[in-house]
Design a protein around this ligand. Sequence first.
Ligand code: NAD
Length: 370
Amino acid sequence: MRAFVHIGLPSRVVFGAGSFERVAAEVDHLGLRRVLVLSTPGQRRLADQVAHQLESRVAGFFDQVVMHVPIETVVAARAAARATDADGCVAIGGGSTIGFAKVLGLDAETLGAAAGGARLPAMRSLPTLAITTTFSGSEMTPVFGVTAAGHKQTVRDPRVLPRTVIYDPDLLSTLPAKVAGPSGINGIAHCVEALYAADGNPIISLMAEEGIRTLAGSLPRVVSDAANREARAEALYGAWLAGSCLAAVTTGLHHKLCHLLGGRYNLPHAETHTVILPHAVQYNRGAAPEAMGRITRALDGADPAQGLYDLARSLRAPLSLKELGLPAAALDELADLAAAAAYYNPRPLEWPAIRQLLQNAWEGKRPAGD
Ligand code: NAD
């Protein structure tokens, strides 16, 4: 067995149907007296349900969360936190809302530097309770993103890790199938890249394989039957594992491509992961045999690249970059950027093969397999 380092991150996880009822107890456990409740406009009703439980512990709301953490909206959220004198926040939603909570209480220098040198007013740090309503796994990671002047910067900083996470499958009964499927495959992508990461380890590999098995096994039932509580609970457990894997490793070509497609071409996050993943696996298959063996086991014996493609198809998720609106003319530039950047990937970064990967993903081709 090779030598490794494993760091267990200090978050408290409250899991299970009905755990939403524990919000007030968990806010008390964190010692918070005045929290700002964060949500998207579409999830404001859930934010009101949080407030109903918290009563006088609510300092205010910020319900204008949007995707990709734009600095202008973050500045407004930070102003709301200062104006209400909040001492913490409760974020209820998916990766977008939790992404806001992460940067809310970050010191002005760190956030300003990530946002291209923006000058921001100082503010106190705000411990976060995250209540998760998708499968993308952000709540378990010490990674934050912020978008400024059309560029999304991603930074790892242990201070942004939510202190407590509530996973209640009942909150996902309203999750539309077209959000659920891709967000679950986003989770699977974290597991896949954790399996061959240079800084992975045997504990993370156990969690990653189980995360893929659990998500791939439950997502078809989540998407086809909105009333299936057990399937939602299984998928949420997989999402927790997936987020924990992402928290522990440095990702490779797959995440790099998705980051470029989201940041430069504004493609939707989870759908982009869904399209790219089978092709990234196909690219890396010869260079990461142990990881491929684990993916195959987790997919019940399917070919790793074809199995992931077929899963996305069964979820009626997008299969091509073309249908996500990417112009074919972007592919050369994307291959240039992905091949030139410096990051670990099990197979070396080869421009012609990356360009072919992008072509196949653009067309939505089923990977050739072994
Ligand atoms: P999301 O948070 O963007 O949510 C998508 C939409 O679904 C939103 O309109 C939201 O209001 C709605 N929604 C969410 N849950 C719902 C529910 N239960 N019922 C009804 N509607 C619901 O989706 P996401 O895929 O979880 O998050 C994507 C974002 O998260 C991206 O910006 C990505 O960069 C980030 N992310 C970050 C990390 C990290 O570690 N930092 C990890 C994964 C994703």
